[in-house]
Design a protein around this ligand. Structure first.
Ligand code: HEM
Length: 401
């Protein structure tokens, strides 16, 4: 089968889900010759790979879009990975996230306030972008930045993973990446001179102590536009990871609620459902569609021999519909429990922003359900879906209320 069927954008989702179900049934570990990687579609195999970093490396060594560049902890192994993760991990604990939840709600309220006097808009720009973008900018310490510019720049990076654009997509994104890097360079100079209580200052302190050693680019292997500067790389990754992913969880989550009016009504009248709802939204939407690892030595996975150096692509969107794990996997059920979805990964690279992402999805959608109860898709228009091999997302979604 054409692997692009499996990595297809969400508007082709019905066809894609059928293709994934067939793969799970007939060829759960399938060699994809044109792309030169194994496609993994079963929950158990993806979990197995994720929890064995000693056998399956996250470092860039094979074919798979932007992640050829080791510009973040996500693309590192072993002690270097842990060192980098630990620099910022305290900012993402449940306690820290609980402290941020009031602010997230306020940002959601302000986004709705800004629509006063209007009865239509673009869901993505008006309602899904503000909360994750403002929160991660606060955390990093760049809240005085130009938010429209952040959005354009991070969009361009994700645009670089459009499988149809191939290497051209990346080339197009390069000047935007350079612009963002330059911005972080300036901010880093400011913080070095005058540290504050923000992540950028923490990253700089860690870098000055030599903790970041081993981050990318030291040998000049950076992507065009990336500087060989570990501080900028780390800040850049956090801005993208904290922004592009959750925004799509919110937009896709709203679309799922619009498509399932009974579940939407239940959530609006029973807010306690939020205890399980954000996880079901994540399972259903899998905003990060897939991630890659490379075998460090020959390994047997299932009945399949994977050779050293071969890449495996873990299709989370498939694991999250695996009928071996989920009862009625094709039903959107906000009270699903347990819900061992893999939308946030598994193992040592489990999403650092997991608590934050769920909190932001809840803060934004709960506010919209309360304050814009009649919100609906604008008649005669369609959501515009993102073209990316990495993110299942929505570029724009005209709505009215
Ligand atoms: C709906 C929202 C989100 C989704 C679906 C998501 C998904 C993921 C996934 C699947 C991974 C695992 C990657 C791997 O195993 O290779 C991951 C890692 C990561 N995520 Fe998220 N994420 C989301 C939100 C966030 C937010 C808000 C942040 C905050 C900055 C964040 C920061 C990170 C970081 C730093 C990593 C790398 C962790 C490591 O390598 O140790 N994510 N995310």
């Amino acid at each position: 089968m054409d692997p692009y069927d499996v990595l297809a954008p969400v508007h082709e989702i019905a066809a894609r889900d059928l293709a994934l179900a067939r793969l799970r049934r007939e060829a759960p570990i399938q060699w994809d010759e044109p792309n030169q990687w194994w496609l993994l579609t079963r929950h158990a195999d993806i979990r197995e790979v994720s929890r064995h970093p000693e056998a399956f490396s996250s470092e860039p060594k094979g074919p798979w879009h932007v992640a050829e560049h080791r510009f973040s902890m996500q693309a590192m192994d072993g002690p270097a990975h842990l060192r980098n993760r630990n620099i910022v991990s305290r900012g993402f604990t449940p306690r820290m996230v609980a402290l941020l939840s009031k602010r997230a709600r306020r940002y959601a309220e302000e986004a709705v306030d800004a629509l006063a006097g209007r009865s239509s808009g673009d869901f993505v720009t008006d309602l899904a972008v503000p909360v994750p973008l403002r929160i991660i900018a606060d955390m990093l310490g760049v809240a005085d930045g130009d938010f429209d510019r952040f959005r354009r720049l991070t969009d361009a990076v994700v645009g670089g993973t459009n499988p149809e654009a191939g290497a051209g997509g990346l080339a197009e994104a390069a000047p935007m990446i350079a612009e963002l890097m330059e911005y972080f360079g300036k901010k880093a100079e400011e913080r070095r001179a005058e540290p504050r209580d923000d992540m950028l200052s923490k990253i700089i302190a860690a870098s000055d102590e030599g903790v970041l050693e081993g981050l990318p680019g030291a040998s000049g292997d950076g992507l065009a536009g990336f500087s060989n500067d570990e501080v900028k790389s780390m800040a850049f990754f956090l801005l993208i990871a904290g922004n592009e992913t959750t925004r799509n969880g919110i937009s896709q989550g709203m679309l799922a609620l619009l498509q399932h009016p009974d579940e939407r009504a239940r959530l609006a009248s029973r807010p306690e459902l939020w205890e399980t709802a954000a996880d079901e939204i994540l399972r259903w939407t899998s905003p990060v569609r897939a991630m890659r690892r490379v075998a460090l030595h020959d390994v047997t996975l299932g009945h399949q021999r994977i050779r050293a150096g071969e890449s495996v692509v873990m299709v989370y969107a498939s694991a999250n519909r695996d009928e071996r794990v989920f009862e009625e996997p094709d039903r959107f059920k906000l009270d699903r429990h347990p819900n061992p979805h893999l939308a946030l990964g598994f193992g040592p690279h489990y999403c650092l922003g997991a608590n934050l992402a769920k909190m932001e999805i809840q803060a934004t959608l709960a506010c919209i359900l309360e304050r814009l109860p009649s919100l609906r898709l604008a008649p005669g228009s369609e959501p515009v879906f993102m073209r990316s091999a990495l993110i299942d997302g929505i570029d724009s979604m005209p709505v009215e209320w």
